[in-house]
Design a protein around this ligand. Structure first.
Ligand code: PLP
Length: 398
């Protein structure tokens, strides 16, 4: 407010919230209707059934008027009891926050340590579950796309590990920064509770979050004893059957969700995923051409949603981000907790096309120069060569 408005659009290239498309903004900008009236029921049913397609589930999806953190809590309190053992994988900052929440809620957490450069280790999960012959562990919790590091864990491999150990633990997965950007299959991958949020791949503002709930998780919730009221699946599911909510829903965000779902389905989910894969690859080519290091160590786990880049020794990632913001009006993601000031994160998710990505990478390349960060030129060129040479679905029909 203290500055005159800069010309052109702000580049919001953090790994969520992502840019909200104009179509979605306009949909949100409609009059709020009676959430118990007939029109609302139609809207409610449409977004609930659309979200099932996005999660790839025939089972229940719950929509909360809450940030992703609320949906994390909902997953734990609905399915677990005080003192239950849960096995969680330390993939980075967000996995650590989920773990802290579980401890606060009175769960006994076993945190499988990680170096914040790899995904969840399926072999470790298998070994730990095999050793748990008494089946004390009630849930395995994994963050699909660790937004702090740009590492995507292999969820089918975790499922296989649980099955190989013949262990009955529930599988809970956080897809807050992957849903609608990276392939995800709640039913096929045998996930019991999938947690997600509105502000990343779903291209909405923050404020909605989700649980997809398997029949097994729903059955577990019948005897689970952690206190819950607002987050209770049961009442929600009963009232959702007709498209309504037990309390006042975030009506205008649901208008936005309706529109965003239409955009995702008209592009086609597979095309959406392929688009993100291309952006991830183009970005990594740029980073390598600059001579900088990608935080994710395992190419099989590279995230298509964001790339975390390690700052050269002796240089401040935050000072660099500040230079980029000041000179080019672009926000990049900061390093979180132990990665603070050591990495910057490039968001390449949501409502993004080849030229938005090129603009983003150009802002970074110019910023590296301005901030005096040692690098080679040619990152943007490397990305452009890849984008021009790799077939994408035509953006505009000829
Ligand atoms: N989990 C992941 C993977 C996230 O990226 C985030 C937010 O960035 C969260 C959880 C927390 O969600 P929220 O900030 O919406 O509460």
């Amino acid at each position: 407010p203290l500055h005159s408005h800069p010309s052109g659009r702000h580049f919001l290239q953090i790994p969520g919230p992502s840019n909200v498309p104009d179509r979605v903004l306009r949909a949100i900008d409609n009059v709020t209707i009676d959430h118990r009236g007939p029109e609302f029921g139609e809207l409610g049913r449409a977004v609930l059934s659309g979200m099932k397609k996005v999660f790839k589930t025939e089972s229940h999806v719950i929509i909360y008027p809450a940030s992703g953190t609320g949906a994390w809590e909902a997953a734990l309190v609905n399915a677990l009891s005080p003192g239950d053992k849960v096995l969680m994988a330390e993939t980075g900052h967000f996995a650590t926050l989920w773990k802290k929440m579980a401890v606060k809620l009175g769960l006994e957490v076993e945190f499988m340590d990680g170096d914040w450069r790899h995904g969840a280790d399926a072999d470790k999960v298998k070994a730990r579950l095999q050793a748990d012959t008494e089946h004390a562990i009630k849930a395995v919790c994994v963050v699909h796309n660790e937004t702090a590091t740009g590492v995507t864990s292999n969820i089918p491999a975790i499922r296989k590990a649980i099955d190989a150990a013949k262990h009955p633990a529930l599988l809970m997965v956080d897809t807050i920064s992957s849903l609608g950007s990276i392939d995800y299959r709640h039913d096929e991958w045998g996930v019991d509770v999938t947690v997600s949020g509105s502000q990343k791949g779903l291209m909405l503002p923050p404020g909605l979050s989700f649980n997809a709930v398997s029949a097994k998780a729903l059955a577990a919730s019948e005897s689970a004893r952690l206190p819950r009221s607002y987050w209770d699946w049961k009442e929600m599911i009963a009232i959702n059957a007709k498209g309504y909510f037990p309390y006042t829903p975030a009506t205008n965000l649901l208008y936005g969700l309706y529109e965003a779902l239409d955009m995702l389905f008209s592009e086609g989910l597979d095309n959406v995923f392929a688009r993100h894969d291309r952006f991830g690859e183009a970005t990594r080519r740029a980073v390598r051409a600059w001579g900088l290091e990608i935080l994710c160590k395992n190419p099989a786990e590279y995230s298509s949603v964001l790339t975390a880049v390690i700052m050269p020794e002796g240089h401040s990632a935050d000072a660099f981000r500040k230079t980029v913001l000041t000179h080019f009006n672009m926000s990049l993601g900061q390093g979180l907790s132990k990665l603070s000031d050591k990495v910057f994160r490039i968001g390449h998710l949501g409502d993004l096309n080849d030229l938005t990505l090129c603009g983003t990478l150009a802002g970074i390349e110019m910023g590296l120069d301005k901030a005096g960060v040692p690098h080679r030129k040619g990152g943007v060129q490397a990305a452009m060569d890849y984008l021009a040479g790799s077939a994408a679905a035509p953006a505009v029909k000829a």
